[in-house]
Design a protein around this ligand. Sequence first.
Ligand code: IPE
Ligand code: IPE
Ligand code: MG
Length: 245
Amino acid sequence: MRILFNKEEPEIQDCIPIHIGIIMDGNGRWAKKRGFPRKFGHKAGAKNFRKIVKHCSHVGIKYLTVYAFSTENWNRPDQEVGALMRLFEQYLKEALSDFQDEDIKVKFLGKTEKFSEEIKNLILEVEKKSQNHSGMVLNIAMNYGGKEEIVNAVRLISEKVLKNEIQVSEITEKIFSNYLYTSKQPDVDLVIRTGGEYRTSNFLIWQTAYAEYVFTDTLWPDFQIDDFDNILHIYAKRKRRFGGV
Ligand code: IPE
Ligand code: IPE
Ligand code: MG
């Protein structure tokens, strides 16, 4: 395991976030700047993604959720959506060995029905083959939208109410969160968004209620391990109050 912080900063060692979310934005602009089609940016982004995932696992992050494709990203031109789907397929095939080597448990957030049979099967395979891994949990948000997730949870709970399996008065925040795709996982401590936009774009809107946000202008394919470590330092210096004093 890599030594992350120096010994003069023991307090920072204690402040590593348990759950990090990353909005990996800026692939298209990265390619455009170089005069390439957008899909080249996605390819470079996918490569960078593998590197950052391994690093998160090495520094002891327990849960990492990455925003790979939103429910709104289907609105992009067919050609770009097609290129992204081909990349997902390639990534899921190639990254299986990373999950084995790093003991990473993978979960997909979002409905899979819109994906091709090939991708659906790969999703099942990756989840199954990694289900007993005890290292970092990697949530891949693919066809994910925070609003869709909440509506889905409401539907699931409503069905239970109709069957008398749960009473309306029993629905609490804790119970509700068990119906989200991140069921039984801790809320997000830190969200990193690359690419210079200062918005959440429908990412984990329930789980980030008290998350710290760090926005960086760096485009996702350029985002390095050092940038990540610097953000951990920024996070460690934040004072989280959760409404208290
Ligand atoms: C993020 O990069 C990747 C996905 C949304 C799939 P973008 O494709 O949004 O890149 P920009 O923001 O247009 O540069
Ligand atoms: C958010 O980025 C989605 C992902 C990174 C997968 P977008 O590029 O889709 O977000 P907007 O459209 O700029 O808000
Ligand atoms: Mg974008």
